[in-house]
Ligand binder design. Structure first.
Ligand code: FES
Length: 71
């Protein structure tokens, strides 16, 4: 299904971009030009992007390790 008619961008292309590292509408706009002309596709593009991204709890957790404490 086409999400952005101005630039011919499909939901499949948005999912592919999400899996390649696009995590925001701004990144999608830079990569695929989504929502860069009339902007009517912005809401749908965000929805497709949200569905394609892993849930926040699935994101890798970072651990801070302190190796020295100055006294
Ligand atoms: S439909 Fe996407 S910019 Fe117009």
């Amino acid at each position: 299904m086409y999400v952005c008619l101005c630039h011919g961008v499909s939901d499949k292309a948005i999912r592919k971009a999400a899996h390649a590292g696009c995590h925001s509408l701004a990144q999608l706009r830079a990569e695929l030009k989504v929502a860069s002309q009339c902007g009517k596709c912005a809401r749908q593009a965000k929805a497709v992007l949200s569905e394609a991204l892993p849930p926040p709890s699935a994101a890798p957790k970072q651990t801070l390790i302190i190796t020295q404490i100055a006294v």
